[in-house]
Design a protein around this ligand. Structure first.
Ligand code: GDP
Ligand code: IMO
Ligand code: MG
Length: 444
């Protein structure tokens, strides 16, 4: 039995902390897309871990695989591994030889491309980590893969072919002076050093074979970003450059579709919306309540520190996510953050040009013109949420349960876990498929 954790909104739904919960019963946790644009927070007993590339399962001592679908910033990867070691953990991390490498010139390209976009209309508000340009190079066959870092000759050949063309392009198209980021010799030295370290520590594997050889292992696939940032199924062009949806777990790890489809596909839902970066968000609101939510939940980008935009829960977005991913269950987090608000609403449908619309249109202009139709909900008071978590689902305030059940009914899926605070201990777990599901499988 495997399970897949998917962001169902605009990222930062709490995938890291739910991966930590469902990772209890996993042997291997696989990141299958994205790079260090992600920031996944796990809080255990007051200790906070903010991971960008290392799979969240390593905090529980599980093997973490960075799959072929990822783009790897090696400086971040090693900084993270070293920081975890300094904190007394022994992170067991492996990287696919087929994953692509983010090079310094990808960051330059990310910056100049973003600066050239119009702030009001076309800016994406990327994290500036070179993610888009690295995926563009992968698709354009200019990319360099992790496996090539282990082979000096292959690396040099690739760099010599690619770097001069990148430099010429950036200088001509953006009229900027280029520096060390485009220096073949410097890049060769830097990335050969990464290659030597990867080799010395035995971090590089053929991840597909590694997973296939462990056919009895329970694998948890950890999505980054979210469905509405997916380059195919999200609000293009205000998206990231990978596929955070469930199909991405197949392609991005080298497992057969059954490895994902025969298991659970769990949509991680935040009880309201947050978005960092540009693009449509029909239920966005500003003012005191938004500021309160932002402060209470620390809604500032883990990677960039930017304040996150805030909106009400949007069911058309969730219906779209449930459909493209095939959610078999969801989790609902941040219920504590909504406590004590004067008003609480959920968008159950949009109105577009006088028509009721229940899912997300493909055109960003149309999505922007969608007017949310709101359902009103009774609120609940703030309380000792750790005690609530200890008491289980029945200890949740009745109105919070009504809110959760409304969402579950609309999507026609069960809720496996609810978050009433950032910590592992502030989680109500109703079903942990890799733990209880496995026990049932063994009994049967
Ligand atoms: P991810 O990118 O989906 O892993 O989410 P992030 O870690 O970037 O953002 C989620 C933030 O909300 C983190 O600061 C978490 O510690 C925090 N968080 C997660 N679940 C809950 C919850 O149920 N309640 C509260 N108050 N905070 C939560
Ligand atoms: P996690 O995994 C929230 C957003 C950026 C920007 C767009 C494109 O922590 O949920 P990119 O740098 O990927 O080219 O930026 O995507 N974005 C995220 N927003 N959470 C993330 O990851 C994100 N990763 C990228 O803000 O709007
Ligand atoms: Mg995040």
């Amino acid at each position: 039995m495997n399970a897949t954790v998917i962001g169902s909104q605009f990222g930062d739904e709490g995938k890291g902390r739910m991966t930590d919960i469902f990772g209890e019963g996993a042997d291997v946790v696989v990141r299958f897309q994205g790079g260090n644009n992600a920031g996944h927070t796990i809080t255990v007993g007051g200790e906070e871990y903010a991971l960008r590339l290392v799979p969240s399962g390593v905090v529980r001592g599980k093997t973490g695989v960075v799959g072929n679908g990822c783009v790897v910033g090696l400086d971040t990867l090693f900084t993270e591994i070293d920081a975890l070691r300094e904190r007394g953990l022994d992170p067991d991390v492996l990287v696919s030889d087929r994953a692509h490498v983010v090079l310094p010139y990808h960051r330059v390209l990310d910056d100049v491309e973003e600066a050239a976009r119009d702030e009001e209309t076309t800016a994406v508000g990327t994290t500036g980590n070179g993610i888009g340009p690295a995926y563009a190079d992968k698709a354009g066959r200019h990319g360099i893969r992790v496996g090539e870092l282990l082979d000096a000759e292959a690396l040099r050949t690739r760099l010599e072919h690619v770097v001069s063309r990148k430099r010429a392009y950036v200088e001509a198209a953006y009229d900027v002076e280029t520096g060390d980021e485009f220096d073949v010799e410097g890049l060769f030295e830097e990335f050969r050093a990464y290659g030597r370290r990867l080799d010395r520590e035995g971090l590089v594997v053929d991840a597909s074979s590694f997973l296939a050889e462990r056919e009895d292992a329970a694998v948890l696939f950890e999505g980054a970003q979210g469905t509405h940032l997916d380059r195919d199924h999200g609000g293009y062009p205000f998206v990231t450059s990978s596929n955070p949806t469930a199909g991405g777990a197949v392609v991005g790890s080298g497992v057969p579709p059954q490895a994902v489809a025969d298991g659970e596909i769990i949509g991680v839902v935040k009880a309201y919306l947050s978005r960092v970066g540009a693009g449509p968000m029909p239920t966005e609101f500003e003012g005191e309540v938004a500021a309160e939510i932002r402060e209470r939940a620390g809604e500032f980008g883990t990677v960039t520190g930017r304040p996150r935009r805030i909106g009400w829960l949007d069911l058309p977005m969730l219906r779209h996510a449930a459909r493209v991913n095939g959610f078999t269950a969801i989790t609902l987090s941040h219920l504590d953050v909504l406590a004590g608000l004067d008003e609480l609403v959920v968008c159950d449908a949009y109105e577009l040009d006088g028509e009721r619309v229940e899912t997300v249109p493909s055109s960003p202009d149309e999505w922007t013109r969608c007017e949310p139709r709101f359902e009103r909900f009774e609120t609940w008071d703030d309380r000792d949420w750790i005690a609530v978590a200890e008491g289980g689902y029945g200890a949740l305030p009745e109105n919070a349960r009504a809110y959760a059940e409304y969402v579950a009914d609309e999507l026609d899926v069960p809720i496996y876990a609810l978050g009433v605070g950032p910590g592992r201990e502030a989680t109500i777990v109703r079903e942990n498929p890799l733990v209880q599901g496995r026990e049932r499988e063994l009994e049967a």
